[in-house]
Design a protein around this ligand. Structure first.
Ligand code: PDD
Length: 277
């Protein structure tokens, strides 16, 4: 199996992670998950731009150009012979030895790794929706950075899983922020609502595509935060992410929502499918 290791494609076995790599030791790094359909990445530029933007927010200088990273990503997809799948790409600040919280000298080379996997689209869930639970958003206040330190997110997802739910819908003092690994939206009286981009949420690329689809379909979309009560009273609920796409939610705790073929979420899903074709 081939992987990206700094500026090369190598065999998986050749990668050696130093125990003092800051990603391993501090979670000091950023990442992207990029979907591929029919051997081509979807929204590759947007993902690479966000990788640079996340890196910039933590003063991590990526020692490769965007073109170099895109070339590596494309080469890996080809060499892994992946048609429909995803690429996990991460860059850490490199090795600080001995362990030291302070950012190391800029001469320290960041560690870039990437692995691609074949993953089929979950058409059953995309049709019927998923169950979710409400959890309190206990994460920090820079959720706009796509960072590899995901302990808050995984603890919340685990709480959801313990309740038999697939995703956690998070709130801060009654305001819905996002999911533990997705953005969240509702439809009420024909209008789509999602939390505006801010330090409380990740600026999702699927959310951007959703906005484009909604615009093309003439469905009004308001990036305006909504409350737990709005969620309860919503006509439709959905999550968006690179892996979930536009995923209908059929249950939030004990509240249920119908997912029908003439729903707005279904119309958005059909428009999304045209984008990824
Ligand atoms: N997660 N919010 C959070 C907290 C996320 O982790 C993600 C994506 C999103 C949606 O972003 P996008 O539409 O750009 O994928 C929102 C990825 C898929 C993951 O960590 O696996």
């Amino acid at each position: 199996m081939k992987v990206i290791w700094n500026n090369k494609i190598v065999d998986h076995e050749e990668v050696v992670i130093n125990p003092e790599d800051r990603g391993y030791q501090f979670g000091d790094g950023v990442y992207e998950v990029i979907r591929a359909y029919n051997h081509i990445y979807f929204c590759l530029d947007e993902h690479i731009n966000r990788l640079y933007s996340s890196a910039n927010k933590i003063e991590l200088t990526i020692p490769y150009s965007k073109e170099e990273i895109k070339t590596l990503a494309n080469q890996l997809l080809k060499e892994s012979n992946i048609s429909t799948g995803d690429l996990y790409l991460q860059i850490t600040r490199g090795i600080s030895s001995p362990r030291n919280h302070t950012y190391p000298d800029v001469a320290v080379l960041p560690s870039l790794t990437g692995k691609a996997n074949e993953i089929i689209r979950n058409t059953e869930k995309l049709t019927n929706g998923i169950k979710t639970s409400i959890e309190e958003d206990i994460r920090w206040l820079r959720c706009d950075i796509k960072m590899i330190s995901l302990l808050g997110n995984i603890m919340l997802k685990h709480e959801a899983h313990k309740k038999g739910a697939e995703e956690a819908i998070l709130h801060r003092e009654g305001i819905i922020t996002e999911g533990s690994s997705s953005n969240v939206g509702i439809v009420k009286d024909g209008v789509i609502y999602t939390h505006p981009d801010s330090h409380f949420i990740l600026p999702g690329i699927t959310k951007l595509v959703l906005k484009r689809c909604a615009h093309a379909l003439g469905i009004p979309m308001s990036e305006e935060s909504f409350t737990l009560d709005d969620l309860k009273e919503a006509d439709e609920v959905f999550c968006t992410s690179t892996t979930l796409e536009i995923m209908p939610v059929n249950q939030v705790d004990n509240w249920t929502y119908s997912v029908t073929d003439d729903s707005i979420v279904r119309r958005l899903q059909r428009a999304y499918e045209k984008e990824i074709e």
